[in-house]
Design a protein around this ligand. Structure first.
Ligand SMILES: Cc1cn([C@H]2C[C@H](O)[C@@H](COP(=O)(O)OP(=O)(O)O[C@H]3O[C@@H](C)C(=O)[C@@H](O)[C@H]3O)O2)c(=O)[nH]c1=O
Length: 183
């Protein structure tokens, strides 16, 4: 597995080693030991999530407040998404900055998004299935959102030939300056 640094320290792209043969392919999609070595600390994942989205669906940007903050190890197993992590740790030198990565069933990349980040993704293919592990259980009372097209973040989402479809909750989310921050 290769570990690729992003523009924000603490956010990593994990590129697994894929073994292809006449039958198809095999790869280790998660190794606790390798993962902790890659990010340099111990982590306890407690929940796995799976969503399916159609083209133009944009989920996020979501985070949970402390003490329910979630680290997320995310990947796309079919189709392609543009995945974004926004640093919302008030004390961070990269506060308000974002990282965007194409994740797909083809490239098999995973993105590690630690606690203290808002997360979202745009679906670029006709459909996309998205899997992720979280370090804390879902806590609806701590669930918060930041508007995906917040001008203060100025995320460069890919241009697609489809309408953007969000949940009602996401369409009325706050901008970063008005949001409750994790730290
Ligand atoms: C996230 C979540 C939702 N739900 C329920 C609540 C709701 O009825 C339904 C759909 O929830 P949402 O609209 O919040 O689903 P979704 O917009 O897919 O939310 C997810 O978005 C991505 C970007 C993330 O980063 C995730 O952490 C999560 O917030 O599923 C759970 O039961 N457990 C969970 O862990």
């Amino acid at each position: 597995m290769d570990v690729i640094q992003t523009a924000i320290p603490d956010v990593f792209i994990l590129q697994p080693t894929v073994f292809g043969d006449d039958r198809g392919f095999f790869f280790e999609s998660f190794s606790h030991q390798q993962f902790e070595t890659a990010i340099g600390r111990s982590v306890n994942f407690v929940q796995d999530n799976h969503s399916k989205s159609s083209k133009g669906v944009l989920r996020g940007l979501h985070y949970q407040l402390a003490p329910h903050a979630q680290g997320k190890l995310v990947r796309c197993i079919a189709g392609e998404v543009f995945d974004v992590a926004v640093d919302i740790r008030k004390s961070s030198p990269t506060f308000g900055q974002w990282v965007g990565v194409h994740l797909s069933g083809e490239n098999k990349r995973q993105l590690w998004i630690p606690e203290g980040f808002a997360h979202g993704f745009m679906t670029l293919s006709d459909t996309a299935e998205f899997l992720y592990k979280t370090t804390h259980y879902y806590a609806p009372e701590s669930d918060r959102g930041i508007r995906w097209n917040d001008e203060t973040l100025a995320i460069t989402w890919p241009k697609i030939d489809s309408e953007i479809l969000t949940s009602t909750k996401d369409s009325i989310a706050k901008s970063l300056p008005d949001a409750e921050h994790f730290i």
